[in-house]
Design a protein around this ligand. Sequence first.
Ligand code: NAD
Length: 353
Amino acid sequence: MAAFDNPAFDNHERVVFCSDEASGLKAIIAIHSTALGPAAGGCRLWGYDSDDAALTDALRLSQGMSYKNALAGLKFGGGKAVIIKDGDFGGSELLYEKFGEFVEQLNGDYVTAEDVGMTVDIMQTIARRTKHVSGLPKKGGHAGGDPSPKTSWGIFKGIEAAVRFKLGRDSVDGLTVAIQGAGHVGYYLSKYLSSAGAQIIIADLDEQRARRICDEFGAKAAGLDEILYQPVDVLAPCALGAILTEDSIPRLRTQIVAGGANNQLAFDADGQRLVDAGILYAPDYVINGGGIINVSCEYYGDVDDDEVLAQVAAIGPRLTGIFEAAEANGKPTNEIADTMAKEIIATATASPD
Ligand code: NAD
């Protein structure tokens, strides 16, 4: 497993391989940048096809966190952890405590929180061994807890901004949105969209999760192979990454892609493919920044929920600015967002204080 030669390696500051035989823990913590502050980003629990695939995911996700945190104006650099869920994965309390010990050894250079496969309960177990963890149960009206409702609120505000820009409509009322993934983010997004009058089409590997959204919000279920290709106004990917590809983009039947999954583009060039297909793309790390805004408010102090929601709602106007700049410059939205994020990080690197 060659880290420096991995195509996803982007001068990451540190990559830590964590192993504990007794608990079966195998994890990778990738710190992309600490130029803006401690490298913050969730921990993903997933069954990878290979250790290389896990490393690639950690490298790509942590780079995305640097850009996400920079554009959200947070005092966080970018990092991410993956815990490898292999065949005989036990998921014991000991395993999560060990992971907490590895996080603690980084002395605050990495701050962890929930990502795919994680829960608030697991974060509490990790917190027995490190203070560098967020996403813990909140106290009376303050920032904290499961970040996904805030992530989904930001995505909802981002979808509204995209709908206004692309379709000239002030609301999602009467529109149809296909959501891939009925997990934490997909669930809350379905809730906000359906209360605003949108019709939902949903699919998840876990049929029970999809069924819950059908039952609670009147959504229609679609097959796993069909969800991306539904004739809809908005496609909201809320599962895993690399679903927008040379193969999938020509088959999409939507005007807008705006969802919560990280790393939706398989390659940067897929941003231009979306432009060529006449589809407006809301860069993933901009639209899904609500959760990390919540994490930042929790980690740095005493911020109440209303203030968190106000910061998350700013995702809408931020995206509109990116859409306008992309149109004015004839460039894809992902390229505009990347350039903005890199400039913020370069400025902080040039003049650290
Ligand atoms: P989750 O683990 O709660 O849910 C993910 C869901 O996706 C699961 O139900 C899983 O079965 C489903 N899934 C996986 N592959 C699928 C496929 N091919 N088709 C259909 N369903 C599939 O995770 P989550 O917290 O909801 O996160 C979803 C996405 O949003 C991830 O990419 C995550 O990195 C991103 N994200 C999450 C947050 C957050 O606050 N939780 C913040 C920012 C970004």
